[in-house]
Design a protein around this ligand. Structure first.
Ligand SMILES: [Zn+2]
Length: 417
């Protein structure tokens, strides 16, 4: 904590961790050059000035984040963007990727405004942190982003007030919730805790809201300009409640076909279906909202107790904060079985890893112990999970011949206490 002491004495105007030259150099050497993966269709234009550093959360795992920022994403009208959506990507383990040279404009801020200036992409650097705006970022990410910001501040002569999150600068046109232009189009990086990145004091108000250019977003203004402890809260932040509306969770993507609403009963709707089929005021409480679900909706739809990790569905998408509990059990493609407490991060599991959430076990089947003796009358239940070595996972209702289960079969039971 000695950095705080220094910060008080010298009143540093930028990154108060004050990394040494050696630390900054070694960090710079560790940056992975990902520029060759940039979509060749992205037109590189030199940025005329650099006034801000904008922090984002990608709402995806590492693999898909790198793909989307480099190569582009699908827009709501079906067209694709040509990529170039960040200068840097920082993975959960702190590994930092260079997507685009600092000197070029990255297309990262969209419709945005700060202190009266619009089109923030033209005057800023964009850093994408792998993770969700409703889930905690890692210590390694904070260290890397702190170091990167320190380096960029020195290059461009920027103070800590120049570092903002995308959710602070984005704004939206009027919609069903607001009659005027307003903040809240993006929720990106609203969980970014500046102090953890070594950043000092910043704006205590939103200059565009104060000047009457934009309406405030109640939730974001509480997070950024209210009491500081508010924004550490990430529990259940992608669940619909009375105060956590589709708009508070998804921002402008609320009615997008890549936004998925999973109702408590298991029914699934995409954002573009809600208006006709349900109505925006009638989404039940505890509905889970998942963003950026391109091509994975059929996987979410399967209301199977055995979930499968894919490029766009991570362990966090299925388990949320429970990803690292002992009751979340992972079956890796390698054949290994791990419980959540053995996992370093939800983004470290390979695609095709299967998981079950809220289970206890394993209970081993053998001659003296049948499935019925282990699971009771629920032995044929869909929620009773059987692991058949070397790699097969089945639910109780998928098994006909319980006597033919191989040696070493394991049973997992729902953890209903
Ligand atoms: Zn963003």
């Amino acid at each position: 904590m000695s950095f705080l002491f220094f910060a008080f004495i010298f009143n540093f105007s930028h990154a108060s961790f004050a990394y040494t030259l050696k630390e900054r150099r070694s960090f710079q050497h560790s940056i992975i050059d990902y520029r060759s993966s940039l979509n060749p269709g992205y037109e590189k234009i030199r940025r005329k000035k650099t006034k801000y550093i904008i922090v984002h959360t990608s709402e995806l795992g590492r693999k898909m984040t790198l793909k989307v920022v480099s190569n582009g994403k699908r827009l709501r009208d079906g067209r694709r963007t040509p990529g170039g959506h960040a200068h840097y990507v920082i993975a959960r383990n702190g590994r930092t990727y260079r997507i685009l040279d600092n000197k070029y404009v990255a297309d990262h801020a969209g419709l945005s405004m700060w202190n009266g200036e619009t089109d923030i992409s033209q005057i800023s650097i964009g850093i994408e942190l792998v993770g969700y705006h409703y889930a905690p970022l890692t210590q390694s990410q904070y260290r890397s982003v702190g170091m990167l910001i320190d380096i960029l501040q020195r290059i461009y002569g920027l103070d800590d007030r120049a570092v903002l999150t995308h959710s602070q600068v984005a704004y939206g046109n009027p919609n069903r919730w607001f009659r005027k232009n307003q903040r809240g189009r993006k929720r990106c990086a609203r969980n970014f805790i500046r102090e953890k990145a070594g950043l000092g004091p910043t704006w205590s108000y939103d200059p565009d809201v104060r000047a009457g250019r934009l309406m405030a977003d109640p939730q974001l203004s509480k997070i950024f300009y209210g009491r500081r402890e508010y924004y550490a809260k990430t529990d259940d932040a992608n669940l619909i409640t009375q105060s956590n509306t589709a708009w508070s969770i998804a921002g402008e993507d609320y009615d997008n076909q890549t936004t998925v609403y999973k109702f408590p009963g298991g029914r699934i709707y995409t954002g573009d279906q809600i208006s006709d089929k349900i109505g925006w005021n009638r989404i039940p409480a505890k509905t889970v909202v998942l963003l950026d679900q391109e091509g994975s909706i059929s996987l979410i739809k399967r209301d199977d107790p055995i979930k499968t990790i894919s490029d766009s569905l991570t362990a966090w998408s299925f388990a949320g904060q429970a990803y690292n509990l002992k009751t979340t059990i992972y079956f890796l493609p390698s054949g290994r079985i791990k419980v959540g407490s053995m996992i370093s991060d939800w983004d470290d599991l390979p695609a095709k890893t299967k998981l079950i959430v809220g289970y206890r076990g394993p209970y081993k089947l053998d001659k003296g112990r049948s499935a019925y003796q282990t699971a009771g009358f629920k032995y044929k239940d869909r929620k009773t999970i059987y692991y058949l070595p070397p790699q097969k996972l089945l639910t109780g209702d998928q098994i006909n011949d319980f006597k033919g289960l191989p040696k070493g079969t394991l049973i997992f039971l729902p953890n209903t206490l």
